[in-house]
Design a protein around this ligand. Structure first.
Ligand SMILES: [Zn+2]
Length: 278
């Protein structure tokens, strides 16, 4: 073999080696990313499940049925659910880990969460679990806030346990789960959600059909996952349901912006916001 040919041979081996290393690294990184993503989804589902279960328990509803439905709606499976002392609910959620394209199952991501009732002085929550859910929701809300209006990835939003296909920024979702339990105690039925997070494209469609009545795309608080449109009586000024919202929603952080009030620039009794400073 000439010296040149042997150099070429060594070069080919080197190139193959580099390609192989890159392939292994890429596959490894994809697997790591898939595992982290599944773990994040499972944790969010467990958090929301535990919270929905604990609030249901306080309202005299079946805590584990409510917890399971919240887990499923947030992309995982409820592996276990149990009610502990004082109405705290512990939930374990699982989600399969698969490479993009669903080529192969790599295992199962597990996460658990515990949520319980307030027991201390007003505003103070028990150390274990009860503060974990709001803390986790706040972290997801921070992550969501780093995206543009109407462009928040689905996995950073939380789906409501009582309203299929309606998602909000996770801190707003936690707050409205609690508001829903209080509303249910007062009226014997849950909040009727007609609108929630709205993608940029959906806001374009709303603006096209409602004209100046709709917020320009990219500016609506629905695009931040911090607004809901409610029905079930709340959509009319002067009903018992609307009066209840005015009296009670604020205790859960939900407010009626001034423009939507009677005599406001665009009266909309159905529109309520969370954390917008309205
Ligand atoms: Zn609205």
């Amino acid at each position: 073999m000439s010296r040149r040919a042997s150099e070429r041979g060594a070069g080919s081996v080197l190139v193959l080696g580099v390609i192989g290393t890159v392939l292994v690294l890429t596959t490894g990184l994809a697997a790591l990313g898939a595992a982290q993503n599944s773990r994040g989804v499972a944790q969010t589902a467990a958090d929301l499940g535990a919270l929905a279960g604990a609030t249901a328990f306080q309202a005299g509803l079946d805590p584990c049925a409510k917890a399971s439905s919240a887990v499923v709606r947030n992309g995982a499976r409820a592996a276990s659910c149990r009610v502990e002392a004082a109405g705290a609910v512990r939930v374990e959620a699982r989600r399969p880990v698969a490479l993009p394209g669903g080529l192969s199952a790599l295992g199962t991501a597990r996460a658990d969460a515990r949520a319980g009732p307030r027991t201390g002085p007003a505003g103070e929550e028990r150390a274990e679990g009860t503060t974990a859910v709001p803390g986790r929701a706040a972290a997801l809300a921070d992550a969501a806030a780093r995206h543009a209006n109407g462009r928040i990835p689905r996995h950073l939003l939380c789906e409501l346990s009582f309203a299929a296909d309606h998602r909000l920024r996770c801190d707003a979702a936690v707050a409205i789960e609690r508001l829903d339990v209080a509303f249910r105690a007062a009226f014997g039925r849950g909040l009727a959600v007609r609108g929630s997070y709205r993608s940029y494209e959906a806001q374009v469609a709303v603006a096209a059909s409602k004209g100046s009545l709709a917020a320009p795309p990219g500016t609506s608080n629905h695009g931040w996952g911090q607004a809901v449109d409610l029905g079930g009586g709340i959509q009319y000024f002067g009903t018992a349901e609307y009066a209840w919202m005015v009296a009670n929603a604020g205790a859960y952080g939900w407010v009626r912006p001034g423009w939507a009030a009677p005599g406001g620039s665009k009266p909309e009794p159905w529109h309520w916001e969370y954390g917008t400073g309205a």
